[in-house]
Write a protein that binds this ligand. Structure first.
Ligand SMILES: [Zn+2]
Length: 472
């Protein structure tokens, strides 16, 4: 049956993708959805056709020979960036890769990525599959394909009406427990991620930082629910519980160091090697993203020196700390979708000198999550402390007015807050307001519309923000 239905599913999927693109739609999931209706095993069958990779895995690490290498990245924050970094690493080795680059990270998007990699005669052009996977979709995807490596970045509350932190961690834990052959790359500094090693995977590896500390919402033991003891032995990230659960020793630990306009850290492996990692993208959370990608590359047997070069030349994904320039003025665009990520992203404002115009776009479409109450957990209070620096706020999106209320309760002067419903008008207003920097924090659904306006009115990239100090 598959002799007919598999090629039929692939070709109709390809046709749907083509029609979708020429009609101006993104169509990153639709081909997968249609193909799965025609032949439900399409993902399993295509994944089995990945070619055997030419490199990797040292024999001494007990590599089991599988037909292909399927690497997945999941977790609340950072999965797009980590996947993108890994893609850059693998591309440097000239690997052909199946990659859901457009961020369609549920089962239809993953299926579509495989369909896009199939040639005329049914051959899958890929030695690796590199998949960003939504936490909620992980079980259904793992039911259909066998992951070789799963990277888990962290768990925090995300779109509360859809997924709480606890349920995301539980869903991932159950999925991983059913697949003990997987190798896990885990964030040691997040207790809810580190505990996945309890699921008895074939191999597990930890990364961590010397500076990180567990988020407030992750301060209870994932094994016994008692309060964790946090920060001891001179390390803010260490945690321990009376039941014996402790922060594992990282196989790779990164230590932030000063760097101007970039994220810079010293990375040490337990085997003794040390590397200086530099990333030309702002955002302190990128220490973790770099560590996750670098350690995964080490697990794959990639050349560390080439990964160092790959990070140095890293070009950010659209809307992830993306830089623009408007008549010489630095403009920064960043996606924000949950309280923890937002609070961490706000730290990018700290080193900016001068006055910052902030555009805050908040929406409640299905893609954003209908419940936007999480904004009350974001530390906007810090923006009220210096009205000279933060003297202009523009709120937009379907819940722009609610964002304005949040700022009012954060102590921001009311006369400095403007609500502009139309997102294009809001961007134009932000660019025209006097200030030395413009920073846009956007919900998921408004990200690309905002970016489109920026692309038409500003220069992509442009000068680095000259007035920024180091982020360390
Ligand atoms: Zn415990």
């Amino acid at each position: 049956m598959s002799v007919i239905r598999l090629p039929l599913a692939v070709w109709i999927g390809k046709l749907v993708g083509w029609v979708s693109r020429v009609s101006g739609h993104k169509g990153s999931s639709l081909p997968g959805m249609v193909a799965r209706k025609i032949y439900p095993r399409v993902l399993t069958d295509l994944a089995a056709r990945l070619r055997r990779p030419r490199l990797l895995y040292r024999e001494d690490q007990g590599h089991r020979n599988t037909a292909g290498k399927i690497i997945a990245v999941t977790g609340t924050n950072g999965k797009t960036t980590v996947t993108h970094m890994l893609y850059d690493f693998l591309k440097m080795s000239s690997q052909k890769i199946v990659y859901n680059q457009e961020g369609a990270n549920m089962i239809n998007g993953v299926t579509a990525a495989f369909i896009a990699s199939v040639g005329f005669f049914g051959k899958v052009f890929g030695e690796f599959a590199l998949l960003e996977i939504d936490e909620g979709s992980l079980p259904s995807i793992m039911d259909e394909i066998t992951l070789d490596i799963l990277v888990v970045t962290n768990f925090s509350s995300d779109q509360e009406d859809r997924f709480s932190m606890a349920s995301a961690a539980e869903v991932v834990r159950e999925a991983v427990a059913r697949e003990p052959s997987v190798w896990l790359v885990l964030n040691a500094d997040d207790p809810n991620t580190a505990v996945l090693a309890d699921t008895m995977p074939q191999q597990y590896f930890f990364y961590g930082t010397t500076a990180g500390s567990p988020s407030v919402e992750a301060r209870f033991c994932p094994r016994c629910a008692k309060k964790l003891l946090v920060g001891f032995d001179g390390c803010p990230g260490k945690y321990a519980c009376s039941c014996g659960f402790v922060r594992p020793e990282p196989d790779l630990i990164v230590e932030p160091v000063s760097g101007s306009g970039e994220v810079c850290c010293r990375a040490r492996l337990t085997t003794g090697q040390e590397y200086m990692l530099r990333l030309p993208v702002l955002g302190a959370f990128n220490y973790y993203n770099m560590a996750a990608a670098f350690l995964t590359g080490i697990c794959l047997g990639l050349d560390p020196e080439r990964m160092v070069i790959g990070l140095r030349n890293y070009a950010t994904s659209p809307g992830r700390m993306e830089r623009f320039s408007h008549m010489g003025k630095p403009v920064l665009l960043n996606l924000v979708k949950n309280a923890r990520g937002y609070s961490e992203a706000l730290s990018v404002l700290d080193p900016m000198i001068g006055s910052v115009v902030l555009l805050l776009a908040l929406s409640d479409t299905a893609a954003d999550g209908c419940d936007v109450s999480w904004i009350w957990d974001v530390n906007f209070e810090r923006l009220s402390l210096d009205p000279n620096k933060f003297g202009c706020f523009i709120c937009t999106g379907t819940r722009g007015a609610e964002m304005a209320v949040r700022l009012k309760y954060a102590g921001v002067l009311e006369q400095n807050v403007h609500v502009i419903d139309n997102t294009s008008d809001a961007v134009l207003a932000a660019l025209e307001k006097p200030g030395t920097h413009v920073v846009l924090f956007s919900a998921y659904s408004t990200l690309m519309p905002l970016r489109k306006v920026l692309l038409s009115k500003t220069k992509l990239g442009g000068p680095h923000a000259e007035n920024m100090l180091s982020l360390s």
